[in-house]
Design a protein around this ligand. Structure first.
Ligand code: BES
Ligand code: ZN
Ligand code: MN
Length: 512
């Protein structure tokens, strides 16, 4: 029986593990006392709020003793966790700064720290987070804390026999319960769900996520959403459109490439859309230019750009953003095989520009070339964003902290850096110089797919940029460093980061 299901599983592929957490905003602490979280400013560590003092007394002063012993002073983000105390399963004290109003991202980071600190000792645990003593000017502070919690409360245990325990019910005790409920339930939680969706896709092995199953997954996830149209171009349609680059990359795999398009029409009819295009290499072996063995498993996440686009579209449509946005996801598996393209081959793109293949491992720029050109022809967008795990070069330059940002205009780059700051996902600019385009000159074709080497991230951007109208505001994001975390951040556990959903969601809010 079990075998049967495993088999079915591989035919019908994956299904996204929706991480549902039940969040309530309430004016009262309630009676359930499984787990409690208190925010404390430095002053409050000396003079406990009444409710915390009652727990302190119930534990014969143990909370204060441990606080002194561990030198907990209430610095912003400092945490102290006490298990099995005063009739509760766990009490967490969290330091919080009172010096300046906390920004939404600060609050989200605090929420993430709470998720990291609370540990479920069994399923069905109730946690109460007391936000009402938090002095902030933001009426929806609790919603931002809940959102940060939601972002961080993620695990991928689909293939584990022993499932992780989860905290299923969270109560945020706060003022402005209505404003917080609306902000979280009708907005922020969908962004968190979009991030989780993107992470699920990046964690999923290449065996189960390939172009066709990616498409099915998206169709299933979007089926109940309004104002959504999904279009899928298969091999024949791509042949008719002369998408030789996307088709070429897919040649070595038994899984046919696809071009997935999610249209979201939440804005005025006829108003030009934003296009978000994401690289969806469901596994990158390097192709004929095969990669070394070490670490190759991680190339299952080479679809992170497409996954971030899908997650963003999910968030936008679910929260009913009033904008027209098109998500474009070129999907292919980069495999060596008897039909695979070779170094030296020449591919003809939809634009007509021919590309000499120097390395079949520089495949992301190839699939994006056809995808961004198609999107411009088809949708005449007012802005184009493309997002991709494009180059090791970007990862070496910027690591886990920043995604690489390339635009044609430095002033625009600084504006986009500000978007990253308010999204909690940061970008840092890398240059695009005419020499980077010169390096693409080929002896046999119009351009080649990689230059002599440095600077790799800029050269990758130049290849994509060759297919982007120079007049169009264009944001190129290279997420090869940030898509997979070596260690947890406040709002993301280690591993698949889901980077780009928060960023693109914010970008749409500001540039729609
Ligand atoms: N998917 C890789 C880039 C990558 C590397 C992502 C490490 C995440 C972590 C991309 O397709 C690739 O192989 N890029 C090559 C380009 C080179 C052949 C010009 C690279 O960066 O080495
Ligand atoms: Zn790749
Ligand atoms: Mn590659």
């Amino acid at each position: 029986m079990r075998k049967f299901f495993v088999l079915l599983g591989s035919i019908f592929a994956l299904s996204i593990q929706a991480q549902t957490i039940d969040v309530t905003f309430s004016g009262e602490p309630g009676r359930v006392v499984d787990q409690k979280v208190f925010f404390l400013t430095e002053a409050q560590t000396k003079n406990f709020p009444e409710i915390l003092e009652s727990y302190n007394q119930a534990s014969n002063g143990y909370i204060k003793d441990v606080m002194l012993h561990k030198e907990f002073t209430g610095k912003n983000g400092e945490t102290l966790s006490l298990d099995l105390i005063a009739g509760t399963e766990q009490i967490v004290l969290m330091g919080v700064s009172q010096a300046q109003p906390l920004s939404p991202v600060d609050l989200q980071n605090l929420g993430g720290k709470i998720a990291a600190e609370l540990s479920a000792t069994s399923d069905n645990v109730n946690a109460t987070i007391l936000v009402n003593n938090l002095d902030t000017r933001d009426r929806t502070a609790a919603a931002h804390i809940a959102y940060g919690y939601h972002l961080r409360a993620y695990h991928f245990d689909k293939y584990k026999s022993d499932k992780d325990k989860v905290i299923s019910r969270l109560t945020f005790v706060t003022n402005n319960t209505d404003a917080n409920t609306t902000k979280y339930n009708e907005d922020l939680r969908y962004v968190a769900q979009g991030v989780h969706m993107a992470r699920d896709m990046a964690w999923e092995p290449g065996k189960t996520i390939y172009p066709a199953s990616f498409v099915e997954e998206v169709k299933a996830a979007f089926k109940d959403l309004d104002n959504i149209d999904i279009e899928v171009l298969g091999v024949q349609q791509m042949e008719r459109l002369d998408m030789g680059a996307l088709l070429g990359v897919g040649h070595g795999s038994i899984h046919d490439p696809k071009l997935l398009i999610i249209e979201y029409k939440g804005g005025n009819t006829g108003s030009a859309p934003l296009v978000l295009a994401g690289k969806g290499i469901t596994f990158d072996t390097g192709g004929t230019s095969i990669k070394p063995n070490s670490g190759m498993w991680a190339m299952k996440s080479d679809l992170s750009g497409a996954a971030a686009v899908a997650g963003t579209m999910y968030a936008l449509a679910s929260r009913g953003e009033r904008a027209n946005v098109i998500g474009v996801m070129p999907l292919a598996e980069n495999m060596p095989g008897s039909k695979a393209i070779r170094p030296g081959d020449v591919l003809e793109t939809m634009k007509g520009t021919t590309i000499e293949i120097i390395s079949t491992d520089a495949e992301g720029r190839l699939i994006l070339a056809d995808a961004v050109y198609y999107a411009q022809q088809q949708y005449n967008p007012k802005m184009l964003v493309n997002i991709a795990t494009l180059t090791g070069s970007a990862a070496r330059a910027l690591s886990d902290e920043y995604a690489a940002l390339v635009t044609r205009d430095f002033a625009f780059s600084t504006e986009i850096m500000a978007v990253g700051k308010s999204a909690g996902e940061h970008v840092w600019p890398l240059p695009l110089h005419p020499n980077h385009f010169d390096q693409l000159q080929s002896n046999i074709a119009d351009i080649k797919n990689s230059g002599v080497g440095n600077p790799g991230a800029s050269i990758g951007a130049a290849v994509v940029g060759t297919f982007v109208d120079e007049e169009l505001p264009w944001v190129h994001l290279d997420i090869a460093g940030v898509d997979w975390l070596d260690k947890a951040t406040d709002t993301a556990p280690k591993g698949a980061h889901g980077w780009g959903v928060r960023f693109m969601d914010q970008l749409v809010r500001e540039y729609k």
